[in-house]
Each structure stands twice: as C-alpha cells, then as structure tokens.
Design a protein around this ligand. Structure first.
Ligand code: MN
Ligand code: MN
Length: 297
C-alpha cells in the first residue's frame, strides 16, 4: 500500500483525539463544548476530522452531532458514546469508546469484549460472517444483545463507508477478508431489543450527487463544502463558521431538497434501550495492525 504511513498517522491521531476527548466527558460538561474541543484538537494534532465528532447519549446509538446552540449537559447516569475520525490526505482512522457516567460498566464491557474477540480472528481469508458471529456471541455471552442493523465497514481513501459491511451478528456472509483491506469493526451492545430506527434529523450532511444548482447562495455553500470536505460527512456548524447562518440554513435546505446533499438522522434504539459501542480501524494482514491504537507501529 503506497500511503500506509498516512493511514498509520491518521489512526494514531484518531487515538490521541479519542484519549483527549474521553477525559472531558463528565457530569456537568457541555456536549457542544466537548465536541468543539475535540474537533479543534484534531486540527492541533495535524489532522482533519474525517466526519463530525459524534457524541451520542443513552438510547441514541449514533449520529448525534450538536447544533451551534445545543444545550445538552452530561448528567449522572448517562452512557456516552464518543465516535470520531481523523483523516490525513483522505486516509481515515475511525474509533469509538463508551464512557459510563452511571452504573453501566457491564454494558460497556460487553462491546469492548466483542471488539477484542473479533480483532483476534481478523486476517486475510476469514469470512466476514464469522467476525459477525464472534461479535454477536460475545455480546450475548455478557448478557446483552448486539444491535443488528448497525455494522462495521471497509474504509477507502476519502470514503468512510466503502465496500464491505462487517456485521455485528452472523449474517452468513461468506465474503473473505483480503490482505491490505482497511476495516472498521464496531460492536454495539444494548439492553434493548437490538435494533435502531431513524430518529430526529442530525446536524451531519454529506455530498451524494454531482449536480449543479442554479441558486447562487446554495452554489457558494456547496462549492466550499466540496473543496473542504469532498465526499466526507460534515457538520452544519462548520459551515456557519464560514458563512452567515441564514445563508447556510437556506443553502442546506435547498441542497437537501435537490438531493445533492444527504442529511443523516440520529439512530435510536427501538425500545429506548441503552447502547454501548467500541470501535477500532484495522489493516488486514497476517499480523493485523490496529491502526487506532496510540502506538500502531
Ligand atoms: Mn466510528
Ligand atoms: Mn465506523
């Protein structure tokens, strides 16, 4: 792989940003401020966010990114997923941890254990259904359920979700991992039924279709977003730093309607169960390299 150093660097910086972020998730802290500090730290470290930092609390499994006027404050009892990514020239690290502000240590341990067990079998030739089986069984062994309609994924340059889907249960997929692939494995464990549904609109967008818009304001905003984020997800907040807010609101609404941008939804556990998550990005080799460990060499 020609740019392996960029992949390794991205993974290392992702790990550093994660470790920086987890110390700030505390009862009484503002979710918006913590998000902004981590996103700033990613630039300070020399990377760029591969997607908006996501801090999803309790039954929200994924895709929560605060608006610029979000008022959420972490409270005692919260179960907080911190999911973040850093890219170096499009090479992406993707990692997540769960921070327990209550008494849900066992649920946190279940997703961590599933990730650890799955990482043990990653190598060229292993079937991805087998990875899913190990994740699912590990979570059940700990007394919880895997979230079946959330999954890990392959990662390619400037493509956060590319190619393979790495399931969190045995979906019988016989596709085999190949040497040199980069995959994110991300078990989600819950005390609910193990499915998520789309919830409220998130503040996360992504360019999905190459198409021109005739509207001048929308075109300005779109061009800036494409130059800065290419096909990677971005936050509305980031654009509000570059354009007046009314302009961003107008442009995003229009671009979403014209299906040039896709707006993500929050993903919420169907029965409002608590959800924990653990994630690493791995380079598939005979001796796989966990890229999102702080020392990935
Ligand atoms: Mn992630
Ligand atoms: Mn991921």
């Amino acid at each position: 792989m020609k740019n392996i150093e960029d992949w390794k660097k991205a993974g290392r910086l992702t790990a550093e940003a994660r470790e920086f972020g987890k110390t700030m998730v505390k009862t009484g802290a503002s979710l918006l401020k913590v998000t902004e500090k981590i996103e700033k730290e990613i630039y300070n470290l020399g990377g760029k966010p591969a997607f908006p930092v996501q801090i999803s609390v309790n039954e929200i499994a994924a895709h929560y990114n605060p608006s610029n006027n979000d008022t959420y404050v972490f409270k005692a009892g919260d179960l907080v997923k911190l999911d973040l990514g850093v890219h170096i020239n499009g090479c992406i690290g993707d990692t997540a941890i769960t921070i327990d502000l209550g008494n849900n240590g066992e649920l946190v341990a279940a997703s961590e254990y599933a990730l650890k067990e799955a990482l043990k079998v990653v190598r060229p030739g292993v079937k991805i259904g087998e990875i899913g089986r190990i994740i699912g069984e590990s979570i059940i062994e700990k007394g919880f359920k895997p979230v079946k309609n959330l999954s890990g994924h392959e990662i390619k340059e400037y493509e956060e979700h590319a190619g393979l889907t790495i399931p969190n249960f045995d979906n019988k997929d016989g596709t085999k991992l190949k040497q040199g692939q980069i995959i994110a494995i991300e078990p989600f464990a819950t005390d609910g039924v193990g499915f998520v549904d789309e919830g409220k609109d998130s503040e996360i967008y992504k360019a999905v279709r190459q198409k021109n818009t005739r509207d001048n304001i929308a075109r300005d905003v779109l061009m800036k977003a494409l130059v800065d984020y290419k096909n990677l997800p971005f936050a509305k907040r980031w654009l509000i730093e570059k354009f007046p807010e009314f302009k961003v609101n107008y442009a995003l609404r229009l671009l979403e309607k014209e299906e040039i941008l896709y707006r993500y939804n929050q993903l919420v556990e169907r029965t409002r169960g608590l959800v924990s998550q653990a994630e690493h990005t791995v380079l598939v080799e005979d001796i796989p390299i966990i890229l999102t460990k702080q020392k990935n060499i």
